[in-house]
Design a protein around this ligand. Sequence first.
Ligand code: NAD
Ligand code: UDP
Length: 453
Amino acid sequence: MSSSSSSLTLVAMLVCGVGIGYFLHPAPLNPQYRFTSSSSSSSSSSTTSNLAPIQEEFNPLSYSSIQSSNDDQRRLRQVDQLSEQDLTQERFVEAQKLLSSQSVPTSTTPQVMKTPHLPDAKRMKILVTGGAGFVGSHLVDKLMMEGHEVIVVDNFFTGQKKNVEHWLHHPKFSLIVHDVTEQMMLEVDQIYHLACPASPPHYQYNPVKTIKTSTMGTINMLGLAKRVKARMLLTSTSEVYGDPKVHPQPESYWGNVNTIGPRSCYDEGKRVAETMMYSYRNQNNVEVRVARIFNTFGPRMHPNDGRVVSNFIIQALQDKPLTIYGDGTQTRSFQYVSDLVDGLHALMNHDYDQPVNLGNPDEYSVGNFAKYIKELTKSKSEILFLEASEDDPTQRKPDITVAKKEIGWYPKVKVEDGLKSAIDYFQRVLDESGEIIPTGPGAAKPKHGSEIK
Ligand code: NAD
Ligand code: UDP
């Protein structure tokens, strides 16, 4: 449907909406009539309707004392005029309410964010798949604030509309609810391909779908990139290194991945997605960029995504036990989301086309990280040791030499500062929703036969 015909449809819907609302709710829209209570109608002689002329409220009989003088009559007329104005105002407000309920009501409606104006020659059309997710929505903020046109494609598996709701009314923003495993036709200059669940419980929830998303989804986006000659960036992962035997991990390390374990749907899916990227580059001259992202955290993480940062903070803020899987000696390195977004942007816009690690080399054992979160949140939580997750990598830390040299990027936000802002965010989420029970270790186990209710 063309944009002009869809605008016309919208206008028609709004007009119909007002019309329907008028007939369903004649009281606020019609100055002459309003519903009276059944008790007042029972005193009236009419038995057929509880609709009464509005003047009844100003029945001279109930104002006998002011009927006597002309002055008083003038005052009465003024009161009538005033109430007429009030009613007009009331009608207007009601009509606005109705209109907004027929369009897209959000907490920010109808505010439109202000963004810079870029000349045509510099403004790009940029597609962000998975743009309603945690990382994607922060990337969208950056691209919009630069003045580009941004199209988000998301199936809302783990993403949330509220992550991008502040852009919904912006003329340079579009949201398409679509699954990347299905083909799509668009005209764009750049593609950031993020669509894929990232937390272990999410990607293990439906492993077959995760594989389809990484393989068919990436092929579809590469086909699009090839057709429209767009540059495409894939958000790959440190998981391509599996349980690494080399530490820290440089991009030249080929990894140690179990092809049939519970994490393989994600790990191998991303590995084959990387292979597809370079096959399209070599065979079809598609311009490709590959980011290998290490553990990232920050506001807009889904409170139930089950990752270690969100779980520990949510548990600590509620003084519930912090759940460590295994003995807590396994390590991870955590980066704040704004650093990652800067890295993705730098990689997309530099000439370097080999895989690049994006992560903060600040490394913690999971056990020490739990203590650190307790300290930062001043929590009384205990620490609880649970069974280790299968194939959980024992160590992880990025070597970011390539990122520094080739795209001039390194993380700028200290983990402590990032954690404070994440703690503020999760506190707000908790204030809004009350208790949150974080996703536990068994949540992602695929269910078989009799287990499925
Ligand atoms: P997320 O789950 O918050 O976001 C993923 C988004 O993709 C969601 O909005 C989801 O609805 C969407 N999506 C999933 N499957 C889709 C499909 N088939 N079609 C359309 N949309 C689909 O995860 P995130 O943390 O924002 O991760 C974004 C990307 O970065 C992912 O590709 C992930 O593999 C990669 N990554 C993230 C991290 C991290 O620590 N956050 C680490 C390594 C790699
Ligand atoms: N982890 C944990 N408790 C939790 C969640 C995760 O001990 O409640 C551990 C998990 O076993 C892994 C590390 O924390 O060793 C990081 O897990 P996460 O799910 O955040 O990401 P991963 O790096 O494994 O993809």
